[in-house]
Design a protein around this ligand. Structure first.
Ligand SMILES: Cc1cc2nc3c(=O)[nH]c(=O)nc-3n(C[C@H](O)[C@H](O)[C@H](O)COP(=O)(O)OP(=O)(O)OC[C@H]3O[C@@H](n4cnc5c(N)ncnc54)[C@H](O)[C@@H]3O)c2cc1C
Length: 401
């Protein structure tokens, strides 16, 4: 029945990418035993449960990149999946707003990409139509993507976990993988007190990608750098000023999209995230420092090159992290009447972003094969949107003879 290379598969990481891959294997190949290992006591404990909750329509990405292809396919699959499984999903639409003439050429470039990517219904709107869509927005022009949606990613992960269990797979929570080694016949996976052997292992460790790659013997030419993204909530009295999603025109030099406003699935409006270098892999708070994590990050030449080249931008992001007034100033460019006191309930997420030796932020998704171990080395945004398509892609690659 199965053409999958092996009868037992281990997946390290119970975030949306690991769960989607495990579910895809279980679904496609009956009789293949799949076990997901997750170090925390619930799925989606890191990036997949601490993000903006946006289903990206594929507006920004290089048309021939994996991101460009898998985001479009993934958004469609996710929409169907949420319908089937009763997970909350709302198509609210998004405006990418040029707040000044000087941003128009960057907006033109995004529009071209969106059209090449086949984003459904995407169109340019002038200031009058912009105000019909989002009455409080100020700008000279915008790109409107009506199919951009808001989703409950934790709900998606829980549904994936349930499905895996329903197909005789296992999701082992509270099980940090501490050893990963290819043997003559398979791959040995160890936790503190147990050991398993699989035919193949797929590693989707997010922020812990480097540590797991090192265990697998293939650290390679990338390092995962954590970038904290800080959010606020818009006070309910003013949240009617945002109907759907409002984004600035992003700086093309960075893969982050800039502080945006998103109405989430629970009808609250989130503001953020910024992007600040975190001093620990789980650096959710400014004061979180892990000297071991920091030593590994700083021993990578790419980190120094990245900092040297981007210190100006990095400093302004850091200042916006330290000063709410500066944070709000970024939002006021396109939503004029927001006050510092309108932003409440700070929270954060930490992005895992690969950086190469030259100090470039690696834009595309990256997979790395080490014998029978497949490592997902870079799965930044929109990997949550793309997760079901990433799963199809990984399984089709691994099924090739
Ligand atoms: C602030 C922020 C905003 C974002 N906004 C969006 C958005 O709106 N839309 C979108 O599409 N994407 C967004 N993203 C990106 C998206 O969340 C990630 O790309 C996606 O969640 C990556 O999923 P993952 O499974 O690779 O990683 P994770 O969700 O981080 O999962 C990795 C898992 O591996 C586990 N793990 C690590 N080491 C071990 C070990 N040794 N043993 C066992 N388990 C281990 C971790 O505990 C974790 O649960 C955002 C990300 C952030 C941080």
């Amino acid at each position: 029945m199965s053409s999958w290379p092996g009868d037992s598969i281990g997946v390290v990481g119970g975030g949306i990418v690991g769960l989607a891959i495990a579910r895809e294997i279980s679904n496609r190949y009956q009789g293949v035993g799949v076990t997901v290992f997750e170090k925390e006591d619930q799925v989606a404990s890191h990036q997949s449960g601490h993000n903006s909750g946006v289903v990206h329509a594929g507006v920004y990405y290089q048309p021939n990149s994996l991101k460009g292809r898998l985001c479009r396919r993934g958004a469609g699959l996710l929409r169907e999946y949420c319908q089937e499984r009763g997970v909350r999903y709302r198509e609210l639409g998004k405006l990418v707003v040029a707040s000044a003439e000087k941003e128009l050429s960057a907006l033109d470039d995004i529009e071209k990409r969106a059209l090449l990517n086949g984003v459904p219904g995407v169109r340019r709107v002038g200031s009058k139509e912009m105000e019909d869509i989002e009455p409080y927005v100020r700008g000279v022009s915008a790109l409107y993507s009506p199919s951009t949606a808001s989703v409950d990613y934790r709900g998606v992960c829980e549904a994936l976990g349930e499905e895996i269990r329903g197909m005789e797979g296992e999701v082992r929570l509270n099980t940090p993988v501490t050893g990963l080694r290819e043997t003559v016949t398979g791959v040995e996976v160890c936790s503190a007190d147990q050991r398993w052997i699989f035919d193949r292992v797929i590693v989707c460790g997010g922020l812990y990608g480097d540590r797991l790659a090192r265990l697998a013997g293939g650290l390679g030419e990338l390092r995962t750098i954590p970038f904290r993204g800080e959010y606020y909530m818009l006070r309910s009295e003013v949240s009617h000023r945002v109907r759907g999603m409002i984004y600035p025109v992003p700086d093309p030099r960075y893969s982050f999209l800039g502080i945006h406003l998103t109405r989430n699935i629970s009808d609250e409006v989130h503001v953020g995230p910024n992007a600040v270098f975190a001093l620990a892999l789980e650096g959710y708070r400014r004061r979180d420092i892990d000297f071991n994590d920091l030593r590994l990050m700083l021993s990578w030449p790419g980190t120094w090159r990245l900092v040297r080249r981007n210190w100006q931008h990095g400093s302004s992001e850091l200042l916006s992290s330290l000063s709410k007034t500066l944070y709000v100033r970024q939002v006021r460019r396109y939503l004029a009447d927001i006050e510092t006191s309108d932003l409440i309930s700070p929270s954060s997420g930490v992005r895992a972003q690969a950086v190469d030796r030259s100090g470039n932020l690696v834009d595309d998704f990256v997979l790395q094969e080490e014998g029978r171990i497949l490592l997902v080395r870079n799965a930044p945004s929109p990997a949550a949107t793309s997760s079901l398509a990433i799963a199809e892609y990984v399984v089709s690659l691994s099924s090739k003879p």
